[in-house]
Design a protein around this ligand. Sequence first.
Ligand code: 13P
Length: 255
Amino acid sequence: MRKPLIVGNWKMYKTITEAVDYVDQIKDALPDPEQEEVELAVPTLFLESLVEHTRGTNLKIVAENCFYQDEGAFTGETSPLALRELGIKHVIIGHSERRRLFYEDDATINKKVHAALSAGICPILCVDETMKRKQEHDRIVWVVSQVISGLQGVKESELSWVTIAYEPSWAIGSGNEAATPQEANEGCYLIRQTIAHLYNDEVANQVRILYGGSVNLSNIKTLMQKDDIDGVLIGRASLDATTFLEMVNYQRFGH
Ligand code: 13P
């Protein structure tokens, strides 16, 4: 049985004061982590304070990125080993914004996946799908190839540490609409089938696969009911504490 996982991704929003204020509003009102896990991915600058601030609560703080080396002359980068020392357990890797705006390619993303695993951090590997690929009916090849290259060299025994997120960039951000629950489920199903092909059915059935792209209070419940969607990555709608809290309790508040 795969446990639901809800991850808010703040991207580069908020100041530390706003971040602490937000966390104070939600940290003691979250579901039992045995039933559902709730995490917040926040800018690197806030990680240390928020990890301290949420200790002993049901909220886990996630890094939005890390580098693929533990140390070295890499100005401005973040060491996975240093994240681990802070108590970070999950890191987002290969978000479509990293791929598109910071030119991260599949080889770099694969190195980051390995670096996170070696440091003892679970990667949330994001798989993109562009509108162009969708319109050209090329989405299957595109999604499958990102899964294959992202997981290259990852052992079967390490796969239980990995979460994958299907995040089509055509559905992300204002001005875009979420994938329909069926489209989102198809993307997640495709990823699961790829893992079954690369490894086996047993591990494919254990890996958690999330959907991300314009998830909100109106669609979260339907998305979460789909067979292959084990959770969601929420951007904009996670920026408001009340909305995020309602989304986390989607069984009660979702439409
Ligand atoms: P939005 O929910 O704002 O579309 O962002 C999704 C996302 O990129 C989550 O990682």
